[in-house]
Design a protein around this ligand. Structure first.
Ligand code: NAD
Length: 245
């Protein structure tokens, strides 16, 4: 294996969510011991310890992060909630709290789930690399807070203090138990509301299968070492070719 067995104790913040639960299941398969920290508990699974709490609460986090060496942060309010104060509180203030809790608890590595939309300026991007700058005019407030969140996490990467970070940027995620993307598309189509085209029908959008997103997160975690070039960097995760939409 690539990492020491002692570092196989991890926590998934947002582990009750769509992506989080897939991540938890794969981590268990790979022999990790998993704690979930989330404001809700949506399932039970042998081998998983649940900690219910708000990630803005440092004391609650510290309990969940005891003896944890690796943290995945994939919690966020739903983009559709359109609640500015909530995005700001959870994605910005909450992420600062998560970073503080991680450093206080002696966590060594953190993988953030960011979003490909952090580089989206409103025009199609094909073969976009991680060299693209952050969007100057993000498409919505959710994305603005995802940009701030990613900057905070990547800036916190500190080899001397033994805290390493990396960010993964998926776009639309699909797969089993997807609560949003495909169900909303199907529902909109059923209600006859997809009979128009925005643009000329050649707009590009990227969807990624959830297992690939999970794989990207675990690879990033396992390659995150002091000498690794991935420290403090962000990576897009895609299925290869974007689709016309
Ligand atoms: P989800 O809504 O299914 O899961 C998010 C989880 O975070 C939920 O279980 C929720 O209870 C939890 N959460 C929210 N606020 C919290 C708080 N204050 N404290 C603790 N837990 C809290 O969403 P998802 O689709 O699994 O998204 C996971 C991550 O991936 C998010 O960071 C999202 O921005 C990112 N992302 C998702 C997509 C997508 O298409 N689903 C695309 C790009 C990026």
């Amino acid at each position: 294996t690539r990492i020491r067995p002692s570092s196989k104790r991890c926590a998934v913040i947002g582990g009750s969510g769509f992506l989080g639960r897939h991540l938890v299941e794969k981590l268990l398969d790979k022999g990790y011991t998993v704690s979930v920290f989330d404001i809700r508990q949506s399932y039970e699974l042998p081998g998983v310890t649940f900690h219910q709490g708000d990630l803005c609460d440092k004391l609650g986090l510290l309990t969940a992060l005891r003896d944890v060496s690796l943290v995945f942060h994939c919690a966020s309010p739903a983009p559709a909630s359109d609640n500015k104060a909530l995005f700001e509180r959870v994605n910005i203030q909450g992420t600062k709290t998560v970073i503080e809790a991680c450093t206080e608890a002696g966590v060594q590595k953190m993988v953030l789930t960011s979003s490909a939309s952090v580089v989206f300026e409103g025009t199609d991007i094909k073969n976009g690399s991680e060299e693209l700058p952050y969007a100057k005019k993000p498409i919505d407030y959710y994305t603005q807070t995802k940009i701030e969140q990613e900057k905070l996490v990547l800036k916190a990467c500190n080899k001397d203090r033994g805290f390493l970070t990396v960010a993964i940027r998926p776009h639309g995620i699909f797969g089993p138990r997807d609560p949003q993307l495909v169900p909303i598309l199907v529902d909109t189509a059923r209600r006859g509301k997809m009979k128009f085209i925005i643009g000329d029908g050649s707009n590009l959008v990227d969807f990624t299968y959830v297992e690939n997103v999970v794989h990207g997160h675990i690879l990033a975690a396992e390659f995150l070492r002091p000498e690794s070039p991935i420290c403090g960097k962000a990576y897009h995760i895609t299925n290869d070719e974007p689709v016309r939409f």
